[in-house]
Design a protein around this ligand. Structure first.
Ligand SMILES: Nc1ncnc2c1ncn2[C@@H]1O[C@H](COP(=O)(O)OP(=O)(O)O)[C@@H](O)[C@H]1O
Ligand SMILES: [Mg+2]
Length: 385
């Protein structure tokens, strides 16, 4: 964030929006590694469970040298897109607005390169400034426009880094050839490198690690792990102290464990604890259960909505896995009997669906619910806690 836009921070544990670098916790090794991969010309598949810190890491790297000076860095969040047309539109728009923030000349050059779109959309006649007054409906031939965008990147006067965040979304587009189409463009580009980032382990793994899929073997994989407890302790202690507050390192360790190392949930808990600690005081350890209750309460409408869309059969299995925590041999007689489930084959088909929607993950023989707060909620309403 530029210096002059910085607002007075009253809570150093930022849970919404951009994170100025002094409030960004650790990620020294990860950012070094990611920058190195990109500047070495690799394409990267960045993976982690939701809210571990992928998007923030990417933004952080974009603000570092040499990326911030010597490259054009584009960040395209495609989570909300549902078709190739929307993908192309979002991509074009974002490239334009990033270029515009760097150089008017490049922004104008870019709109002029998109010949498939109406020629006069690049100028605001009243100001003479370049603008992107295009709407989704103006993208009549997305495949063609997409090709023009890639061609423009290839000819840009600096190397380009493009991140497609929540990339697994393309698997939901109605068009069937998207992976092959994008892979075809990307492999021919010499002036651009890509980050494909995603939270859906299931979809991303299939897309990048299945032999038959176009993206197979095309990227270097980078799995983003949690921030270490030691780093978190240093960070949290520092910021509490800077505001004349104290926090017991043991409490930080407890949060870290309860929140299962999830960056957002740890940060959100610290945010709330910080807010509820007066200047000159030490954070009260007894606040923690209340704050967790509040977080679950805050999410409960969304969770209820989610559950209402899951068929009963799958829900039974979901509740059983939530209760078990780390569930093994879920198709075995013991598990089925314990949770009164219908049959091994019913459990199998339910869990497959639950994994497709990422409510459940499977790792080394163990099924679990990756969203720790959702699991706490399920346990509560399942009446087992
Ligand atoms: N290095 C960090 N320092 C401070 N907070 C972070 C950091 N990484 C992530 N966060 C917090 O976690 C939240 C989720 O991070 P985000 O990058 O959006 O996760 P992801 O993209 O993996 O889903 C952020 O909004 C922020 O509150
Ligand atoms: Mg993200």
């Amino acid at each position: 964030m530029p210096q002059n836009q910085r607002i007075m921070i009253t809570n150093p544990f930022i849970i919404n929006g951009d994170i100025p670098s002094e409030y960004f916790c650790d990620r020294k090794e990860e950012s070094k590694k990611l920058i190195q991969m990109l500047t070495n010309g690799e394409n990267v598949c960045l993976m982690s469970p939701r809210r571990m810190g992928k998007s923030k890491l990417i933004q952080f790297c974009y603000d570092q040298e040499p990326l911030c000076s010597d490259y054009y860095c584009f960040y395209i969040d495609i989570f909300h897109t549902t078709s190739l047309r929307e993908f192309t539109y979002t991509f074009g728009r974002q490239v334009f607005s990033t270029l515009k923030s760097k150089s008017q000349k490049m922004a104008l050059w870019f709109v002029q390169a998109l010949k498939s779109l109406s020629a006069d959309f690049g100028f605001d006649p009243s100001t003479g400034m370049p603008k992107f007054s295009l709407s989704l409906g103006d993208v009549h031939n997305p495949e063609f426009t997409l090709e023009e965008i890639f061609k423009a990147l290839e000819q840009a006067d600096k190397p380009c880094i493009v991140c497609f965040d929540e990339f697994q979304q393309i698997a939901n587009y109605p068009e069937k050839n998207i992976e092959a189409l994008l892979r075809g463009h990307i492999q021919h580009l010499g002036n651009a490198n890509f980050i494909f980032s995603g939270s859906s382990r299931h979809l991303i793994t299939q897309m990048f690690y299945s032999y038959a899929r176009p993206f197979y073997n095309s990227t270097t994989s980078f799995t983003l792990d949690a921030i270490g407890l030691e780093e978190y302790t240093k960070f949290a202690t520092y910021w509490f102290n800077r505001f004349s507050k104290q926090i017991d390192p043991q409490l930080i360790a407890q949060i870290y464990q309860v929140m299962e190392r999830n960056t957002y949930y740890i940060h959100k808990t610290l945010h709330e604890l910080f807010e509820n600690t007066l200047e000159g005081e030490t954070c009260d350890t007894n606040l923690l259960p209340r704050i967790i209750d509040g977080m679950i309460e805050e999410q409960s409408n969304g969770y209820r909505q989610m559950l209402s869309l899951i068929p009963d059969r799958q829900k039974e299995v979901l509740f059983a896995i939530a209760d078990a925590g780390k569930a093994e041999k879920i198709m075995g007689t013991q598990f089925i009997r314990r949770y009164s489930l219908p049959s091994a084959s019913a459990v199998q088909s339910s869990v497959r669906k639950l994994m497709e929607t990422d409510y459940v993950t499977f790792f080394e023989g163990v099924y679990s619910i990756p969203d720790v707060l959702f699991r706490m909620y399920l346990k509560r309403i399942g009446g087992k806690e």
